[in-house]
Ligand binder design. Structure first.
Ligand SMILES: C[S@@+](CC[C@H](N)C(=O)[O-])C[C@H]1O[C@@H](n2cnc3c(N)ncnc32)[C@H](O)[C@@H]1O
Length: 249
């Protein structure tokens, strides 16, 4: 669905049908997925500018325009990127796209299995956790039900990070000032409830607590569209998802 909403071609009729319903029920859905993707680009570039050259992208998705390794390798050709996803289709497309690229790996794993992810040869042999690593959990943690305790999953990855590392999170939320936006977010959630990936919306306060001892860089945890937007002048419209970049000090 996400690939289709982004204008990609790696999707099935069933994805397209439900994504079209999401667009009908929740106007702004296409703008929202592009805002998620733009947040990814801006935060990854921020990490590269901060000197981070190792990336663990959890829930990386079907490769589409502006993948993490494309953004990273342009400015840091020596960098390493490990993609992880639990969807076989996303993993197969990523492997196809990357071919023999030795600076990038693809791992088929569930991000909730922290020990399994970190001990996978495709992660362990590519990334050196004795040096700074950026862990990306973008537009993925809202697929984890409360029973999976996503806060403890975030904390478990955090424990493996050295100073100078970063954690970047983005997550859907209807905890917004604008009631009309909140309703649009909930309408989108109702459509996803019919898919294999229902979503859970969480409050800004709860998401802030996941950053625990990390130092949130400015502007803190804000709507992803408003995190250091490229555009000057008018403020971009909020989409109903919070994003932040926390540094390990
Ligand atoms: C909406 S896409 C986000 C893709 C990318 N992170 C981005 O921000 O553009 C969410 C991805 O997370 C993956 N995902 C969901 N739950 C997961 C889990 N428990 N472990 C690994 N991947 C997961 C899905 O398969 C999907 O590819």
């Amino acid at each position: 669905m996400y690939d289709y909403l982004l204008g990609g071609r790696q999707n099935f009729a069933v994805d397209r049908a439900l994504a079209d319903e999401a667009i009908r029920s929740s106007p702004g859905m296409v703008a929202a997925v592009w805002a998620f993707r733009a947040f990814l680009r801006r935060t990854v570039r921020h990490c590269v500018a901060a000197g981070i050259d190792q990336f663990l992208d959890l829930g990386s998705g079907v490769p589409t325009v502006g993948n993490v390794h494309e953004i990273v390798l342009r400015d840091a050709p020596h960098a390493r990127v490990a993609y992880v996803d639990h969807e076989p289709v996303a993993v197969a497309h990523a492997r196809d796209l990357l071919g023999a690229e030795h600076r990038v790996s693809v791992t088929h794993a569930d991000l909730r299995d922290v020990a399994g992810v970190l001990s996978a040869p495709t992660v362990r042999d590519l990334l050196d956790f004795d040096r700074p690593v950026a862990v990306l959990m973008l537009a993925v943690l809202h697929f984890l039900p409360d029973a999976d305790d996503p806060a403890s999953v975030v904390a478990a990855y955090r424990r493996h990070l050295q100073p100078g590392s970063a954690m970047v999170l983005s997550h859907g939320s209807d905890d917004v000032d604008d009631p009309e936006l909140a309703e649009r977010v909930r309408a989108g959630q109702r459509v996803y409830a019919q898919s294999t990936h229902p979503t859970v919306l969480r409050s800004r306060a709860e998401l802030t607590s996941w950053f625990a001892d990390l130092e949130l860089v400015e502007p803190g945890l804000v709507d992803v569209a408003r995190w250091r937007p490229d555009l000057t002048g008018e403020q971009p419209e909020s989409i109903g998802a919070y994003g932040g970049l926390g540094l390990v000090r």
